[in-house]
Design a protein around this ligand. Sequence first.
Ligand SMILES: Nc1ncnc2c1ncn2[C@@H]1O[C@H](COP(=O)(O)OP(=O)(O)O)[C@@H](O)[C@H]1O
Ligand SMILES: [Mg+2]
Length: 386
Amino acid sequence: MIGNAKIALLSEDLNITEKVVQHMQAVGLTVDNVIENPTEVYRIGSDVPTIVLLVEPTGSVTLEDLCNALREGNRQVAIILLLKNINFSVMRDAVKIGVVDVLRLPDEITMLEKAVRDGLRSLNKDQRKHTQSKSGLSSSGGKVISFYSVKGGCGKTFLAANVAQAIRLSTDKRVLLIDLCLQFGGVQRMLNLQGQRSIADLDPVIHELDESHINNILFTLEHSGLNVLLGPAKPDIAELLTDHHIELLLSACRRYFDYIILDLPAELNKVSITALNESDQIIYIVTPDSPALFGLKAAMDFFERYGLIEGDKFKILVNKVSKKSDLTTKDIEKITGIPILAGIRSDYKAIKNAVNTGKPLLEKPKERVWNGVAKDVVKLSKQLVG
Ligand SMILES: Nc1ncnc2c1ncn2[C@@H]1O[C@H](COP(=O)(O)OP(=O)(O)O)[C@@H](O)[C@H]1O
Ligand SMILES: [Mg+2]
């Protein structure tokens, strides 16, 4: 038992059963129910929220069937998958069918306690959502917009930073840009920010984040008032930040900001997938060339499996559009079958000029008429804030 939830172990492998039960006892948790036969999932019951430790089935019952049967039997289940050998495609399937965590046994048995506690949190969160939707409340707060692409160098950081500036300049809303390229950063260089503070400093207070904690580590740009949170930009420290940190951070930021713009790394890891899941809007960036389109195709397969293309959430944007490109925006629309949100012209000169003079690409609108790439960025920002 943990909190208000029971713990069930579904395992055909006696060796694993023994190890898990012993380990759970050692960390002060009790497995309430051990089920050896996958056809007996009904024994879990439907009355109590349950965390199910599910060892990957070996027989004819598939993982998906088992998860569905578990969920049909009890709407309040959090499933943690335990694998003997981990592989990316099983992990992807697992997340797609709603598994809350995947651990490799026996190597990752020490992470079981944390996974169970996270499972309990996700059960409670589901319950809250359910009550909120029943009472007509929405999970209100700021809007999270992500800039993403599997390809590096296509303009994720450039667009996240400049769209955030443009929204701030044209709306005067509270806008926060977060650099989630945790390992190496990018925003700091792009915006020429000096200082060491980063979201890693929030670790000790991550469960009780309030506005003052966030304000303590914020950078605020003088000319626009845009707020920026940087990542640690150190791989060893970045490793300490988990998907759970990102979930808690975004949930707190939604309370204090109107728009939260995320710059993401090309890599799909637990942090970036969590950020994409939490986003209200994902802007997928392609450049008008074949390699970028191959990347988009692979990403779309992946996103579909994760349910990230549902509704209006996923949009494609073409960056670095020029007359010399292999493909036009229309071509890309035809190939993908998805309407393109916007095209942003290629404008090396303006960007180089901004870098060389140390002047931001976007300044206060009254002082300047927008030209070139800045004009496209401002137009895009208006589309995004509606
Ligand atoms: N529309 C554009 N026109 C010209 N250069 C661009 C444009 N968008 C981005 N760039 C430049 O391309 C380079 C890579 O952009 P960046 O935002 O760092 O890519 P990513 O974050 O996807 O790796 C940077 O030097 C950036 O200034
Ligand atoms: Mg980048």
